[in-house]
Design a protein around this ligand. Structure first.
Ligand code: G
Ligand code: G
Ligand code: MN
Ligand code: NA
Length: 253
């Protein structure tokens, strides 16, 4: 309850911010995307992780306001980078299942227009729980978003329950292999088998594949040999404030 009311204040007081973590092409080594990740700069507790406050926000419904804020802020930042003359890769924003309602395409259209951002600049990361809900409404909303030019990525892939056959029905362009499977590469046989299976499947379905939580050279080498497209993780960079991300981009990494 304490966190809930404090979170409400945080929104009003401008204590929330976005960090950005690069996604790197395994072919070119260049930054080809970014994931925007919420942070809460609490006056007393310091930097609070979304792992703590997102679940509270989801339970209380505050996630709608929080999520709208994150989308708005990402678009504001994209516009600012664009105005500064930077060549921006797409920026991905995470969405909770609750945000995925029939009003979402309209809200997205409005925020893009407000900041004069083109939809190709924005990607939405969703989780498997949404697919399990699986109703035609969800597919309808996804199709509307894709028709607007927004790309959808499936986050935390492999941790949920969605069957592979099921996956075909959704207009998803990118799969993100959860870091739970990346951790054991290249030593854990099971993790290797899972990673190999996911990459093979994604290739068959012509989806881009991003490996999350890549921390070692060995993991990177294994994933490159598999044919994985992009990596994201501490090996390349932690999530960083916007100014630091901008510097990385400017350095042409
Ligand atoms: O950055 P970190 O690894 O601490 O993030 C923890 C979790 O919080 C991740 O699962 C991430 O997807 C989630 N998260 C971060 N930012 C957002 C956001 O803006 N919206 C939603 N719904 N989840 C987020
Ligand atoms: O659920 P989602 O995939 O959106 O969460 C991303 C989370 O993973 C963020 O909180 C981010 O800080 C964290 N993260 C990103 N890269 C790494 C990594 O290489 N190792 C670990 N342990 N966590 C990472
Ligand atoms: Mn994510
Ligand atoms: Na993840």
């Amino acid at each position: 309850l304490r966190i809930e009311s404090e979170l409400r204040d945080a929104l009003a007081n401008g204590e929330l911010l976005l960090y950005y973590q690069p996604k790197v092409s395994l072919r070119s080594g260049r930054i080809v995307g970014a994931e925007a990740l919420l942070r809460w700069r609490h006056p007393v507790r310091g930097l609070v992780s979304p792992g703590v406050f997102i679940p509270v926000a989801e339970e209380t419904g505050l996630i709608m306001e929080l999520g709208d804020w994150a989308i708005e802020e990402a678009c504001r930042q994209i516009r600012q980078w664009h105005d500064a003359g930077l060549e921006m890769p797409p920026v991905a924003v995470n969405l909770s299942a609750r945000q995925f309602d029939t009003g979402l395409p309209q809200r997205m259209a409005a925020v893009l227009e407000r900041h004069d951002v083109s939809p190709e600049q924005v990607m939405l990361e969703i989780t498997e729980s949404l697919l399990v809900r699986g109703a035609d409404t969800v597919i309808g909303i996804m199709n509307d978003l894709v028709a607007m030019g927004l790309a959808l990525a499936l986050d935390d892939f492999g941790t949920g329950y969605s069957s592979l056959a099921y996956l075909k029905k959704f207009p998803i362009s990118t799969l993100k292999i959860d870091r739970a499977f990346v951790i054991g590469l290249p030593h854990e046989e099971n993790d290797c088998a899972i990673a190999r299976a996911i990459v093979t499947m994604a290739q068959q379905m012509r989806q881009e594949i991003v490996a999350e939580g890549v921390e070692t050279e060995d993991q990177m080498t294994f994933l490159r040999d598999l044919g994985c497209d992009q990596l994201q993780g501490y090996l390349f960079s932690q999530p960083v404030p916007a100014v630091d991300f901008q510097r990385m981009l400017g350095e042409g990494r």
